[in-house]
Design a protein around this ligand. Structure first.
Ligand SMILES: [Zn+2]
Length: 342
């Protein structure tokens, strides 16, 4: 199927919130990782979200060009072409973009979508994240409001963050004093400011102790009940229609109980990066250790071309990442729920 259009994407998110499940939002950095996600989603009969971080996008453009806009466009175009061959819907998203990077990443990508729309082509991306969590809330929401108005004109969905996800992502580290737990007051302010923009759609990454990267069990104190408190407060003040569509960042190492609690409280997208990175690399490590004498030219030997052809280990890596994607769709209860009808 083609990449989900705005109508389908909205329907996906509504069904997830009503049905207490979430879509995996999986970071990719290459054609192979994007293919692994499409394969995993299709084999699970789950819709999903493919996303690209600023660092991943720069990587995708090659180490001498290092142009994150070009890298993101390149992966997005690949996904637009390949998605046609899979019987599921996928949305295209860009991950964390801090305020100082908006003009270098999200805005040029929105302009690209605007150009495409003007000539009758579909949007390039379906949604973008603006991460203003390092700013005071009012400054975060000033920028979010401006973006959301422009996004709404272009059938784009905005993801924002309120409260700070701990840990480190793409070299951006949360400070020790960061606010790891958001409050109902903060999220009420989000609703007050953003729900003013009639009909516009946004996703909210509200933090409840989550951290980027992987931690040993017990290291992270997740409090999904914070999400419930935020939803209850917003429903009480603005009614059922104002319930948030929440995003779960930094979920590696969370227990299934914690994940399911988050789904019950309105998480509709869970970001997955660390776990799929590991799955990809795990298969490559296995290949290298098992084929040591083949991938290397040891003692003046010639090695084994079959084992050092990158396709051999990248095919295993694709399969391993695909399996991890399938596991995510089961954990998030999105498996077998695609909106696509064959
Ligand atoms: Zn994140």
């Amino acid at each position: 199927m083609p990449v989900a259009d705005y109508r389908i994407y909205c329907e996906m998110l509504d069904r997830a919130r009503d049905g207490r499940f979430a879509y995996p939002g999986i970071n990719v950095t290459s054609l192979t990782t994007a293919n692994a996600v499409l394969k995993g989603l299709a084999e699970s009969r789950s819709d999903g979200i493919i996303q690209i971080s600023t660092g991943g996008a720069a990587f995708a453009s090659g180490s001498s060009v290092k142009d994150m806009v070009l890298g993101a466009i390149s992966i997005a175009e690949h996904v637009h072409r390949l998605a046609e061959r899979y019987p599921i819907y996928v949305a295209l998203h860009t991950d964390h973009c801090q305020a100082d990077k908006l003009d270098k990443y999200v805005i040029p990508l929105v302009e690209e979508t605007e150009r495409r729309r003007a000539s009758g082509l579909p949007n390039l991306f379906s949604s973008h994240m603006f991460d203003g969590s390092a700013l005071p809330l009012h400054a975060n929401l000033d920028l979010a409001e401006k973006l959301l108005k422009r996004f709404h004109l272009n059938d784009l969905i905005l993801e924002i963050e309120c409260g700070v996800v701990g840990g480190e992502e793409d070299g951006v580290k949360a400070s020790g004093a960061a606010k790891l737990y958001t409050t109902p007051e903060d999220t009420l302010e989000v609703a007050r400011r953003l729900n003013e923009i009639e009909g516009a759609r946004y996703l909210l990454a509200a933090t409840f102790g989550n951290v980027h990267g992987v931690y040993k069990p017990g290291h992270v104190k997740l409090k999904p009940s914070i999400l419930r408190d935020c939803q209850e407060a917003v429903e009480k003040k603005y009614g059922k229609d104002a319930l948030f569509y929440l995003v779960f960042h930094g979920g590696s190492g969370s227990s299934l109980d914690e994940i399911h609690a988050a789904l019950d409280y309105g998480v509709v997208k869970m970001n997955i990066d660390t776990d799929t990175q590991y799955a990809f690399t795990r298969a490559i490590a296995d290949h290298m250790f098992k084929n040591y004498d083949g991938v290397l030219k040891v003692d003046a030997e010639v090695g084994n071309k079959k084992t050092y052809d990158p396709r051999s280990y990248l095919t295993s890596a694709e399969a391993s990442m695909c399996d991890r994607v399938k596991q995510a769709t089961v954990n998030l209860r999105s498996a077998a729920k695609t909106l696509f009808k064959t």
